[in-house]
Design a protein around this ligand. Structure first.
Ligand code: FAD
Length: 453
């Protein structure tokens, strides 16, 4: 066991932990990062599979994500646009396939009117919600104790409109059924992206990608921090703490420091043991933040065949197994890559199947949008963060019904020398890499102010 001393020990080498370390080093503080995995990047992760570059985790950046943009600038990383040219495809409840252009789903004039009405209500409320303090909204308690699904139902009697609007936040973002999280949680998601209209606009929210891949952002930060301060394969198993110091025990290194930053997802806060235990409120809070579950599907073809038919590769169907599909061809790759998403209860059902059955079901669902050629990819890969011990779900954590207004107000409080930083605790950029960067910067600044002030 190696024993070392630093000003700050950081647990987790995802984007939040690495950003915090980078910022602390800029002010002359010494740091050590304990990382459980054999790599940096956390929920951002790239691999070459069957010769194809696959972004297994987070990848897109949207125009409002200015913290991530400024970090990319600092690191000299360029971005490139997602392929958007061509018509989209929609499949309705009865399995009817429609090729369409424009922003509105082809669901009939009356339903489009109801969807627009719901979006306008969400926009108005989201504008009143401070993403850093959603619990301060005057109706926070009411909005947090009704499910998003039931709240939408209280605003319209059109079930298709409820399903279509629910898709964007339930299947598309929190990756939990819309009956299991609150309207306030949905409004936080919308406010964190600037508005609900931004969230439902795939050209905004999935706007661009990193030329290095998103994990490249973490790899570049790690390079600047220096390998001597990053201890891979070292999960923090035990934290001893007093009022103004900690000893973080990794698998084979122990770090004595003045402060610790827990830069891991909130669902994993209970994984290490704490001596003494965390205070009552913190222990209870952490049990109310749970991971969603989504399967990110990657299918690579010899060429982007859908473009030949004038299709962008963008497909939606709230009722299908794969409810969203996009052209995800990597920068300058002559082949064509589709990415699809299977969310929440549909993901549960897929993991209950055998490998071949699962592959067939998923590809058949994608082929209903884009045709027979979809059935035969050269590479087929499913991102499975649900089985990763150091994440345990995807994309991120959110509160259960009623948890946000009850526990949110103290979620970012430090406990003595212990600070919490995760994209899942962010306001702007909530659940996104941008939020991780914001939390990393903010937490480093708080610690510097405290240690130097
Ligand atoms: P993480 O990335 O989870 O990093 C936490 C780190 O802590 C990990 O490296 C983990 O191994 C480590 N760790 C955990 N426990 C311990 C321990 N006890 N000791 C030591 N280390 C530990 N965001 C976007 O902006 N755009 C997207 O397109 C997007 N798509 C996504 C797709 C998928 C499939 C997933 C899973 C996520 C996606 N996200 C996306 C979300 C984004 O990846 C996360 O918001 C971001 O990675 C969170 O950063 P973080 O540093 O807070 O946490």
């Amino acid at each position: 066991m190696q024993n070392i001393e630093r000003d700050v020990v950081i647990v987790g080498a995802g984007p939040a932990g690495l950003t915090a370390a980078l910022e602390l080093k800029k002010t002359g503080k010494t740091v050590a990062i304990l990382e459980a995995r054999d790599r940096v990047g956390g929920r951002t992760w790239t691999n070459t599979i069957g010769g194809a570059t696959i972004e297994i985790g987070g990848q897109w950046i949207s125009p409002d994500q200015t913290a991530l943009y400024s970090l990319a600038d600092e690191l000299g990383i360029e971005t490139y646009p997602r392929w958007k040219e061509g018509a989209s495809v929609f499949i309705d409840h009865d399995g009817k396939r429609t090729v369409y252009t424009g922003e509105d789903f082809p669901v009939g004039e009356a339903t489009v009117g109801e969807i627009d009405k719901l979006i306008a209500i969400m926009d108005e409320l989201a504008a009143q919600v401070n993403p850093d303090k959603p619990w301060e909204h005057p109706e926070a308690k009411e909005l947090d104790t009704i499910s998003f699904h039931h709240w939408l139902e209280s605003k319209t009697s059109d079930p298709v409109a409820v399903e279509c609007v629910g898709l964007f936040i339930a299947g598309g973002m929190l990756t939990k059924p819309a009956k299991t999280f609150s309207a306030l949680q949905a409004l936080l998601m919308a406010a964190s992206a600037g508005s609900f209209s931004n969230l439902v606009d795939e050209d905004f929210i999935l706007d661009r990608r990193m030329s290095t891949t998103m994990q490249g952002v973490s790899l570049k930060m790690a390079e600047r921090i220096g390998a001597e301060d990053i201890f891979l394969n070292n999960p923090m198993l035990r934290l001893e703490w007093s009022d103004d110091s900690v000893v973080a025990h990794g698998k084979d290194v122990s770090v004595s420091a003045k402060r610790v930053i827990m830069a891991i997802p909130p669902n994993l806060y209970t994984r290490p043991s704490y001596e003494p235990p965390l205070p009552r409120w913190q222990q209870v809070t952490h049990q109310h933040q749970s991971m969603g579950l989504v399967i990110k599907v990657h299918a690579v073809y010899d060429r982007p065949f859908w473009r030949e038919q004038g299709l962008s590769g963008t497909c939606f169907s709230p009722s299908s197994l794969v409810q969203e599909v996009y052209d995800n061809t990597f920068l300058n790759d002559p082949r064509g890559t589709l990415v699809g998403f299977v969310s929440d209860e549909k993901a549960d059902a897929m993991w209950a199947l055998g490998e071949e059955e699962r592959k067939t079901a998923i590809l058949e669902s994608m082929a209903a949008f884009l045709g027979e050629e979809t059935l035969n990819p050269e590479v087929f890969y499913l991102s499975d963060f649900g089985s990763e011990e150091w994440t345990r779900g995807a994309y991120a954590t959110s509160y259960d019904l009623g948890g946000l207004h009850r526990f949110g107000p103290t979620q970012n409080d430090a406990v003595g020398p212990i600070y919490f930083a995760s994209s899942d605790l962010a306001g702007e950029g909530y659940q996104h890499v941008d939020g991780a960067v914001r939390m990393g910067r903010r937490t480093a600044a708080r610690i510097v102010a405290e240690l130097d002030g």
